[in-house]
Write a protein that binds this ligand. Structure first.
Ligand SMILES: Cc1ncc(C[n+]2csc(CCOP(=O)(O)OP(=O)(O)O)c2C)c(N)n1
Length: 577
């Protein structure tokens, strides 16, 4: 059987524990499609829009914590995977991407559906392999098996990420009618084992000693998945060092009662004297990027004497231009080891506690100002998002689209009691192009309720997320439809230029109504405060259908409410605006 080495790819993936496959239709990829579709232990799904398919695969891989396989035909199909690959690369999500190709002698020969696919994803994959097109020599088969083993292992090695395999196929591509294919049971599986490094005990003692040199220690968590062990280790380390912990909504630390979640809000409003009092001597960071521009600007201006960043391996970013130390270790391992070994020093403890109290005071002041703003219960996006988040069930996934959706949700914050809310967002590349598809990928691979909060542009951009035959009863989408990209009139810069409306906000007229009838979704349109109570009730109840709750509101009203919110916070500082 000519394609036996390719059929064996499916068997090798299964043996490596990789079973979720996203297939995009096309002829050139037929040998792979047939192999994956006919293997009993593969969960194969098909999506026709490759851009959306790749984001769906990213969601599946993130949810299942295992690489997802992506397959497409040759030509521009491959390029359509690129946005999701970039997102997966920066979010460190493992993908195994197969692009089918013509044999190399047919490239640039005006043959159909042929582009230059070698290294097509450039610097956004961990590695790109090319399979041979002829399999007669046994070394060619050995090479294919080796590449698949290596690609799967590499995608899971820290930092995890996408790995590309370009696979040229010669015609005929399909088995004959009725021809059965088989999977070789004699394949060599190469397993990779990695062990988390232990920190040497003298290093632990040294870090403990050095921590005592600082009386203002600040912990800052970036985007990361929920991890109960990390949560507890961070909490204990912070307590032992009397250190405030800053964690925005994507840090998934919201169940830590003392986490500072509103730093973006108060650092954007308080005066320089307050900022000075919040300046850390030692900044310890872990996780990926943070949402808050105000926090970034604050730390770049009020730099710490030392900045330690903890991450097991890979590139370490100097986000605050203050990086002094990179600790190559799992953050929870570091926090646990150092906490259990730290000597207590009473006098320094008091100074440290004072620093923590200053941060907590700003957080409390902000909560009070926010409470007086939100008590009015108006019909603006910022208020509705607060309302929505406060009603989320205790166990669910919350997906936040770029860009005001994730910002509003961060301003609103999640209460500490809700440990079971896991928050996700495409902040690797921060695109609006695949937020819905990624949420669909999660919903297809877990049974808990999934909520997506999105703006209208991000939602309509990615409507092919629904263009398939799989049911999504556990996905409910809240669309904030202000008919354009309101973010551009909220942020400094575009708000002042004459091109704002036409070239930045780009007004659009669509509503989700037609989409809902096309896809058979339950449509819950809301356009007034009156309707909202019942709207939430319906929206938060799961039945057999995908639900879309669309809130239409005017850009002016939302801008005004956002402005008032900021004004209220400033007034908390006695600043009149
Ligand atoms: C693929 C991609 N294209 C363009 C952008 C730039 N961009 C960021 S936010 C945004 C508008 C988002 O509008 P919407 O989803 O309606 O959210 P809103 O601004 O109303 O909150 C655009 C075009 C992007 N992030 N990603």
């Amino acid at each position: 059987m000519r394609y036996q080495p390719i059929y064996d790819v499916a068997e090798l993936c299964v043996r490596q524990g990789v079973t979720h496959v996203v297939l995009c239709p096309g002829s050139r990829c037929a040998p792979l499609t047939i192999a994956f579709a006919r293997h009993d232990n593969i969960i194969a799904k098909t999506f026709s829009d490759e851009r959306s398919a790749a984001f769906i695969a990213t969601g599946i891989a993130h949810q299942t914590q295992s690489p997802a396989i992506l397959v497409c035909t040759s030509g521009s199909a491959a390029f359509n995977f690129a946005p999701a690959i970039a997102e997966a690369f920066f979010q460190e999500i493992p993908l195994l991407i197969f692009t089918a190709d013509r044999p190399k002698e047919w490239i640039d020969q005006l043959d159909g559906q042929t582009i230059r696919q070698t290294n097509i994803f450039g610097a956004h994959v961990k590695k790109s392999f090319n399979l041979p097109e002829d399999y007669e020599h046994p070394d060619a088969v050995w090479y294919i098996h080796r590449v698949i083993n290596e690609a799967i292992n590499l995608s899971q090695e820290f930092p995890k990420g996408p790995v590309h395999v370009n696979a040229p196929f010669r015609e005929p591509l399909y088995p004959a009618k009725g021809e059965k294919i088989s999977f070789n049971q004699n394949l060599k599986v190469v397993r990779a084992h990695s062990f988390s490094q232990e920190i040497a005990s003298d290093e632990i003692t040294e870090f403990g000693r050095r921590l005592n040199d600082f009386s203002k220690i600040l912990l800052l968590a970036g985007q990361q998945d929920f991890d109960d062990d990390l949560l507890k280790a961070t909490e204990k380390f912070a307590q032992a060092n009397h250190a405030p912990v800053l964690g925005d909504i994507l840090s998934n630390l919201h169940s830590n009662q003392s986490v500072i979640r509103y730093s973006d809000t108060f650092l954007g409003s308080c005066g320089e004297d307050v900022k000075k009092s919040l300046q850390p001597e030692l900044l310890i960071t872990f996780g990926k990027s943070i949402i808050s521009k105000n926090t970034k600007l604050f730390l770049r201006k009020y730099k710490p004497k030392e900045h330690w960043h903890i991450q097991p391996s890979g590139n370490s970013a100097d986000t605050f231009q203050a990086l002094t130390e990179v600790i190559k270790c799992e953050p929870k391992v570091f926090f646990k080891a150092v906490t259990s070994n730290q000597a207590k020093k009473k006098f320094e403890d008091q100074k440290k506690e004072n620093f923590k109290l200053i941060w907590e005071a700003e957080e409390h002041r902000t909560i009070q100002s926010m409470n007086s703003f939100f008590k009015n219960g108006g019909f603006s996006e910022i208020e509705l998002v607060k309302d929505f988040i406060s009603q989320l069930p205790s166990r669910c996934n919350l997906h936040l689209a770029n860009s005001m959706a994730v910002r509003y949700a961060n301003l609103a914050g999640i209460e500490s009691g809700k440990k079971g809310i896991h928050v996700y967002s495409n902040r690797g590349a921060s695109g609006i192009d695949g937020c819905t598809s990624t949420a669909v990928g999660h919903a297809l691979s877990n049974e808990t309720p999934n909520f997506l909060l999105t703006g209208d542009m991000a939602f309509f951009y990615d409507r092919n997320a629904f263009w398939h035959t799989y049911r999504l009863p556990n996905l409910h989408v809240l669309v904030l439809n202000n008919h354009g990209g309101i973010i551009f009139s909220m942020i400094d810069g575009p708000g002042n230029v004459a091109e704002l409306e036409e070239f930045f906000v780009t007004k659009q007229k669509l509503t989700a109504q037609h989409l809902c009838s096309e896809f058979g979704f339950e449509y819950l349109p809301i356009d007034s405060t009156k309707k909202i109570k019942n709207g939430w009730k319906d929206f938060l109840t799961f039945n057999s259908k995908t639900k879309i709750l669309e809130i239409e509101s005017s850009q002016d009203a939302n801008r005004e409410a956002y402005h008032k919110f900021k004004q209220q916070i400033k007034e908390g500082y006695g600043i009149k605006v």
